[in-house]
Design a protein. Structure first.
Length: 330
C-alpha cells in the first residue's frame, strides 16, 4: 500500500506544481483589473475614462475567454483505428526482434493515413498506449494524452484542438498589455513629474505600467514566433526538428501555402476567426483531422464526415492525403 500511497502524493504534488504558472498569471490579471479599473479609472471625472473603461472591458473579456478555452479544451484522442487490436498486441509481444515488430506495424499502418516516420524510418509507435502514433502527435507525459506540445503557461497540451484558441490568447493578451501601457503612459509620466495626488493609487499606476510593458515585449516575441509557425505549418517540435517522411526529413512537409496553412488553424469561416470557437472546417481542416487521426467528439455530422473521409483515404490508397498534405515522394 505504501508505494501506491506515495505515488498518489507525488502525483498530487505534481498537479499542484503544474498549476502554479496558471495561478500566477490569474493573480496578476486579477490585480491588473483592480489597478486599472478601481485605482486608475474609477473616480476620475472625464469622458475619456469612460471610453477607456469600455475598450478595456472588451479586450479583457476576449483575453480571459481565450485563456479559459486554451486551458480547458481537452486534447483529442487518436481514433480507435490507430490502436492495436488484441491479436496484434499478442503478435507484437511474441516477437522480440525489432525488424519483425516493424513488419507487423507496417502491415497495421498500411491502411492508416500516416506519412511520418521516426528518424530511422520506422513506424512511430507508442509502447505505453499500444497504438500507431498519428502524424504530428506526441504522447504528453504531463496530460497522458496526445497532442503537439505541452504549454506550461496554460497547463494543457497545445495542439490541434486548441491551437486557434492559443493563438488568439497570445494576440489578446498582447493587445491587453499594449492597451494598458498606452493608456497608462500619461499617468506614469505624471507620477515622475509629481502630477499625481499622493495616494496609494500612484504606486498601482506605476507598477501597472512596468508589468504591462514588460509582458508586452515577451508576448510580442512569442506571438511573432507562433505567427511564423502558422505561416509555415509547423508545430514547435517540428520547428526544432524537421518531421521525417518515407522519403526522408522535410521541414516543409506539411506546408500547403500561406492561406491554407492559416485556415488549417483558424478554420474557413472568417466571422469566427476572432473568437475562441470552432469554425466549420471544410475539406482541408477536416482532412487534417483525419490525417492526424484525431477524434473530434460526439458531433454526429463530423463523425459521419470523418468516416467518409477515412474511407476515401483508404480507398484511394492515400493519394488524397498525399495531395492535400503536400507530402512529397513516398
Ligand atoms: Zn502514448
Ligand atoms: Zn500535455
Amino acid at each position: 500500500m505504501a508505494p501506491s500511497g506515495s505515488r498518489s502524493i507525488k502525483r498530487s504534488c505534481q498537479t499542484v506544481l503544474y498549476w502554479i504558472p496558471v495561478i500566477f498569471i490569474t493573480l496578476i490579471v486579477a490585480w491588473s483589473y483592480y489597478a486599472y479599473v478601481v485605482q486608475l479609472c474609477i473616480g476620475k471625472d472625464n469622458s475619456t475614462v469612460v471610453v477607456y473603461l469600455l475598450a478595456y472591458h472588451v479586450v479583457f473579456i476576449l483575453f480571459t475567454w481565450t485563456y479559459w478555452q486554451t486551458i480547458f479544451t481537452k486534447p483529442m484522442n487518436p481514433l480507435k483505428e490507430f490502436h492495436l487490436s488484441y491479436s496484434d498486441k499478442e503478435l507484437l509481444e511474441r516477437e522480440d526482434r525489432g525488424e519483425s515488430q516493424q513488419e507487423i506495424l507496417r502491415r497495421i499502418a498500411k491502411d492508416l493515413p500516416i506519412y511520418t516516420r521516426t528518424m530511422s524510418g520506422a513506424i512511430r509507435f507508442c509502447d505505453r498506449c499500444q497504438l500507431v502514433k498519428p502524424d504530428r502527435c506526441h504522447h504528453c507525459s504531463v496530460c497522458d494524452k496526445y497532442d503537439s506540445a505541452h504549454g506550461p503557461m496554460v497547463n494543457n497540451c497545445v495542439g490541434f484542438s486548441n491551437y486557434k484558441f492559443f493563438m488568439l490568447f497570445l494576440a489578446y493578451s498582447l493587445l491587453y498589455c499594449i492597451f494598458i501601457t498606452a493608456t497608462d503612459l500619461q499617468y506614469f509620466i505624471k507620477f515622475w513629474t509629481n502630477g499625481l495626488p499622493d495616494t496609494q493609487a500612484k504606486f498601482h499606476i506605476m507598477f501597472l505600467f512596468f508589468a504591462a510593458s514588460m509582458f508586452s515585449v515577451s508576448l510580442a516575441s512569442l506571438f511573432v514566433y507562433h505567427c511564423w509557425l502558422v505561416c509555415k505549418n509547423r508545430s514547435t517540435l517540428e520547428a526544432v526538428r524537421a518531421p521525417a517522411f518515407r522519403h526522408g526529413a522535410d521541414k516543409n512537409g506539411f506546408s500547403l501555402g500561406l492561406s491554407k496553412n492559416f485556415r488549417q488553424v483558424f478554420g474557413d469561416e472568417m466571422r469566427y476567426w476572432p473568437f475562441p470557437v470552432y469554425s466549420r472546417y471544410i475539406l482541408i481542416p477536416l482532412f487534417y483531422q483525419i490525417s492526424s487521426g484525431l477524434y473530434f467528439g460526439a458531433d454526429s455530422d463530423r463523425e459521419e464526415g470523418r468516416r467518409k473521409n477515412l474511407n476515401s483515404v483508404v480507398n484511394y490508397g492515400g493519394n488524397e492525403g498525399t495531395m492535400f498534405l503536400s507530402v512529397r515522394g513516398g
